[in-house]
Design a protein around this ligand. Structure first.
Ligand code: HEC
Length: 140
């Protein structure tokens, strides 16, 4: 009975997870900086960023959304630092250029969220999504 319920739970999770697998666990920023797997790092980024990319273009954000935007800025500051410092070896130089660009944008997002500047938050999210896409086109 118990295992049947577990199986059902796992099935439901898979059905609702979308196309990108979730990270194996929640990571602190310190743990993010030590991740061994670039794939896992990307899953962390997608889980954090995708729901907020979906809010691009909103004329205003709630305080709860600004708090999530701040958290996203902090998280992507950590992931981009890890990409630049730990995953750029043996890759063409533009890889670390994109990683650093994402890091700058993460800082801008943090500032926009703290200032509760909706327009700036939205354009920064758009720029970030572009950085994800551009790096994927070249390096994935
Ligand atoms: C500096 C280059 C770079 C940037 C910037 C970048 N990615 Fe990636 N991404 C990659 C590479 C390379 C892979 C393939 C990694 C692998 O499979 O080992 C990848 C793979 C992925 C995957 C697939 C993971 C899987 O389950 O196989 C997702 C999802 C992803 N990235 C999301 C993002 C998001 C979201 C952003 C922006 C917030 C982003 N990436 C920014 C280089 C980048």
């Amino acid at each position: 009975m118990r295992s049947r319920m577990l199986a059902l739970g796992a099935g439901l999770l898979l059905a609702t997870a979308g196309c990108v697998p979730k990270p194996k666990q929640a990571y602190s920023t310190d743990q993010i900086k030590q991740l061994e797997s670039l794939e896992e790092l990307m899953r962390v980024q997608a889980e954090a960023a995708d729901p907020l990319f979906a809010r691009i273009g909103q004329p205003a954000y709630t305080d709860a959304e600004y708090a999530r935007l701040e958290q996203l800025g902090q998280k992507l500051a950590a992931t981009s630092e890890a990409m630049a410092s730990r995953f750029s070896q043996n890759r063409p130089p533009s890889f670390s250029t994109y990683a650093k660009r994402l890091g700058e944008q993460a800082g801008e997002l943090l500032g926009a969220a703290q200032a509760k500047d909706a327009a700036k938050a939205s354009t920064t999210l758009t720029g970030m999504r572009e950085t994800c896409k551009t790096c994927h086109k070249e390096h994935r």
